[in-house]
Design a protein around this ligand. Structure first.
Ligand code: SIN
Length: 285
């Protein structure tokens, strides 16, 4: 039987997130502890890794199957890895991931997790913010929780990947994204999702992909969606990941939203992301 390695898990804030020290992503003996820590903390910053793209994917397989990602072009030799890049001379209006979101929440089976590895970092900035969507749910009033538990919410990639979405206008210099009509598709998820591994309840909305409540118009839905997203983004419901060389972040994509901070003009940043497949979400029965 594999020996459990001693890894240190240090919470990053009262809401979510933990730093993981002393783990080696290449060592299967650490994988179960890392999975458990992910379910407990929502997002992990695993320090001091030294991974090739193949080893990055192998680590991700300990959590599930890497997903063939839609719309975003991948590394040529690794169709499960996207390179999230901002060049030093790039002055686009936004960076990839620079809006509060959950990765590909518009898929019928939203990803279980994402795993982002730092390949090149700016000398300052480029942190990533995370919000706890289980915390967001738990801090709503009893009446609001009860109302939301009966609702569905349509998610769509159209603001980003549809024919008139951000990427159709070619707003990123450094990444290849193919926008198109399939970006307009809508998928309905429960507003309050129940996480299969632990039964936690999570508010499954985000600023960019959750577009309206099921059976309602966008105009009708907008005020409440805006309230819920802003409620989730209160400072006390966040943690901030600061990157260092060798850092590997892993997040539960169903219980968190995140935001890439674009504050490092003049410097290059390159990250490799593997997205791990999930299952269709179920709501409160
Ligand atoms: C992402 O949204 O996947 C990218 C996050 C980041 O670049 O920090």
């Amino acid at each position: 039987m594999a020996q459990k390695s001693a890894i240190e898990i240090k919470p990053l804030s009262g809401a979510l997130g933990a730093e993981v020290l002393g783990a080696d992503g290449k060592d299967p003996a650490t994988h179960e502890q890392i999975h458990d820590a992910l379910m407990d903390h929502g997002v992990l910053m695993i320090r001091d890794q030294d991974l090739t793209p193949a080893q990055h994917k192998a680590f991700c397989r300990s959590l599930g199957e890497p997903l063939p990602v839609p719309f975003v072009h991948t590394l040529e030799d690794h169709p499960e890895i996207i390179a999230v890049i901002k060049e030093a001379d790039e002055r686009t209006e936004m960076v990839f991931g620079g809006t509060w979101h959950t990765d590909f929440s518009f898929l019928a089976a939203p990803p279980k997790a994402s795993c982002l590895y730092a390949r090149e970092l700016p000398p300052f900035g480029g942190d990533t913010l995370f919000a706890s969507m289980t915390g967001a749910y738990e801090t709503l009033s009893r009446g609001m929780r009860a109302m939301l538990e009966g609702l569905g919410v349509a998610h769509s990639g159209r603001r980003s990947y549809g024919p008139v979405g951000t990427f159709a206008n070619d707003q990123l210099d450094s990444m290849n994204v193919t926008a198109g009509e399939s970006g307009d598709a809508e998928v309905v998820h429960p507003v309050v999702a129940v996480i299969p591994e632990n039964g936690k309840r999570s508010l499954f909305v985000n600023d960019i992909y959750a577009i309206r409540f099921d059976g309602m118009t966008e105009a009708e839905s907008e005020p409440l969606l805006k309230f819920l997203c802003e409620h989730a983004q209160r400072p006390e419901n966040l943690c901030r990941l600061t990157w260092r060389p060798g850092s590997l972040a892993l997040w539960d994509n169903r219980t968190t939203t995140h935001y890439a901070i674009d504050d490092y003009d003049g410097h290059r940043r390159e990250m490799h992301r593997v997205t791990i497949a999930g299952v269709p979400l179920t709501g409160v029965q």
